[in-house]
Design a protein around this ligand. Structure first.
Ligand SMILES: Cc1cc2nc3c(=O)[nH]c(=O)nc-3n(C[C@H](O)[C@H](O)[C@H](O)COP(=O)(O)OP(=O)(O)OC[C@H]3O[C@@H](n4cnc5c(N)ncnc54)[C@H](O)[C@@H]3O)c2cc1C
Length: 330
């Protein structure tokens, strides 16, 4: 049993807590860590604590003024304070916009190693091994980390989706909540949240939740070709997503965009149609379980990442695939 403490920072979400919080907790428990705590800044977890039943030993809820839950300055101060006084600890963040900002702040102030965009990890009290995909996901590296004094890790969205969390909390109550009083030293945000514009996505519109994504790129050629891609997605029981040029040209709304400046997705199947596979796109989908690429250029970089590749014109491929799917359902 290891004595190093585990902290998982829980980001504000509108409805469900990010499943990765539970996945990290299960993985840490399986590695032999005995004390696993969640940290939330503000009261955004109120009423959602049940979702953490069986996963955390304790939930630290910082009594912060409203708006603080989006302030990197304040959360950075809170995390530095809590971890600094806890002794050697591992802090887990999601590799989201918030996690990308918080990781360097906290690691620098605690003078501990920082590993970003991890796809896997293994730790003991004194050292760890962290897996990262680099060079547009063409190379997987395993880094050895000296974690004697602790470490900060941000984990790629969806990277731990294979970790079984079902049944963990079946017999447990929600974790005990410890209210952490606000300290003046946590500061005043230099920026203020004036309003939050939710994505307001309807049923079946959040590509982050899809198990199957049919993703179209610039090679689609014309927005008039979208209905065919849409039909293929429907036949496969999936959703339509896209690369950035498709959004930039106004063919699809930004909520469909996958990539560095779009959404990170990790579906079971990612079908990339006429997408070249530039690093900024791969950054958002490289953790997909099965990647199938269709491209007429055999040299397209996407083929280096794809598990299956089809060298074809998508305008031939899509209707044929739809036809085959329809036939298979008869
Ligand atoms: C700061 C920054 C952030 C970015 N963020 C993102 C991001 O979040 N997401 C993102 O996607 N990009 C992002 N980009 C842009 C990214 O660098 C690429 O330009 C973009 O991903 C390319 O999109 P694409 O593959 O659709 O187009 P292209 O690179 O033009 O590729 C089109 C592909 O289609 C193939 N093709 C053409 N016609 C057909 C056909 N009929 N049948 C089969 N294949 C065909 C071609 O062979 C080619 O491989 C970002 C760029 C910057 C600078």
């Amino acid at each position: 049993m290891t004595t190093m403490q585990i902290f998982i920072y829980i980001e504000p979400t509108e409805e469900k807590i990010d499943p990765m919080v539970r996945q990290i907790a299960v993985k840490a428990r399986n590695m032999g860590f005995s004390t696993i705590r969640g940290i939330a800044v503000g009261n955004h977890l109120k009423g959602k604590e049940e979702q953490l039943s069986g996963f955390l030993d304790e939930l630290l809820v910082v009594d912060a003024p409203s708006g603080s839950e989006y302030s990197t300055e304040i959360i950075g101060n809170v995390l530095t304070d809590l971890l600094g006084s806890a002794g050697p600890s591992l802090l887990f963040l999601s590799f989201t916009h918030q996690g990308m900002e918080l990781g360097p702040v906290v690691a620098y102030r605690l003078a501990v190693p920082l590993m970003t965009a991890c796809s896997d990890f293994k730790f003991s009290d004194v050292k760890g091994e962290v897996v990262r995909l680099i060079h547009a996901a063409k190379v997987e590296v395993t880094l050895e980390v000296n974690s004697e004094r602790g470490a900060v890790l941000s984990v790629q969205k969806g990277a731990l989706r294979d970790i079984e969390t079902e049944g963990f909390g079946a017999l447990s109550n929600a974790p005990p909540v410890r209210s952490v009083p606000w300290k003046e030293t946590y500061g005043t945000a230099k920026s203020q949240v004036v309003g939050i514009i939710g994505e307001n996505l309807g049923e079946g519109e959040d590509i982050g939740k899809a198990r199957i994504l049919v993703s179209v790129g610039r090679g689609l050629g014309d927005p008039d070709n979208l209905p065919v891609a849409q039909e293929l997605a429907a036949q496969l029981g999936g959703m339509l997503s896209c690369s950035r040029p498709v959004v930039d040209m106004g063919w699809l709304p930004a909520r469909h965009q996958v990539g560095l400046s779009g959404k990170s997705v990790s579906p079971t199947v990612y079908l990339a149609l006429a997408i070249s596979g530039q690093a900024n796109h791969l950054a958002g989908m490289e953790t997909s379980k099965i990647i199938i690429a269709v491209n007429k250029d055999p040299q397209a970089p996407i083929f280096q990442l794809a598990h299956y590749g089809v060298i074809d014109d998508i305008h031939q491929f899509m209707p044929q695939m739809i036809e085959a799917l329809k036939l298979s359902k008869e």
